[in-house]
Design a protein. Structure first.
Lengths: 111, 112
């Protein structure tokens, strides 16, 4: 069974704080993704990575950065959290883009 | 106009009914069509995928693609309360470094 784990289920941060969201997968997948999910807007891709140290911008990269130093780990960084970044953050991994395996999500609240 | 349109619902049907979930899209380059199921407070999981036009069946689930109409459907037969979830359609044009384009999801409740 593919397992994608995320470091926290719930997170509350203050405006201006630096926030790290960690994602780990155990299936040796090349591709990893970070999405945010908001009511009425669905899943929106923030960044993805198809190899170690490689990254590609998704649809909404502004205000975010990512790091992939090891194949199994993909981190999302909010350099200076803002209230409009309050959302559900989902990490996914895949060998093929169509079959993405998602983690349970991190619900981030920025106050 | 969004590339993929999906009615958000909510949709409530009695147990045992046939459920029809649909998406329309505008990008004719899409070739691969997926349905993901997302239970409350969980991440989405892939239910089925289909290449190009046609039908695909897996147990109580049938996925249909009509590329001429740019319309895809997911049918659930003999619906069960455990089918209550949000269903998201997703599409991709090829398997290179393309990204999936998701619908916003339809929330489905099966009433016992």
């Amino acid at each position: 069974d593919v397992k994608v784990t995320q470091s926290s289920r719930y997170l509350v941060k203050r405006t201006g704080e630096k926030v790290f969201l960690e994602c780990v997968q155990d299936m040796d997948h090349e591709n990893m993704f970070w999405y945010r999910q908001d009511p009425g807007l669905g899943l929106r891709l923030i960044y993805f990575s198809y190899d170690v140290k490689m990254k590609e911008k998704g649809d909404i990269p502004e205000g975010y950065s990512v790091s992939r130093e090891k194949k199994e780990r993909f981190s999302l960084i909010l350099e200076s959290a803002s209230t409009n970044q309050t959302s559900m953050y989902l990490c996914a991994s895949s060998r093929h883009h169509y079959e993405q395996y998602f983690g349970p999500g991190t619900r981030l609240t920025v106050t | 106009q969004k590339e993929v349109e999906q009615d958000p619902g909510p949709l409530s049907v009695p147990e045992g009914a046939i459920v029809s979930l649909n998406c329309t899209y505008s990008n004719s380059a899409f070739q691969y069509f997926m349905w993901y199921r997302q239970y409350s407070r969980k991440g989405p999981e892939l239910l089925m995928y289909t290449y190009s036009s046609g039908n695909k069946e897996d147990g109580r689930f049938t996925a249909q693609v009509d590329k001429s109409s740019k319309y895809i459907s997911l049918f659930i037969r003999d619906s069960q309360p455990s089918d209550s979830a949000t269903y998201l359609c997703a599409m991709i044009s090829n398997f290179g470094n393309e990204k999936l384009t998701f619908g916003t999801g339809t929330r489905l409740t099966i009433i016992p």
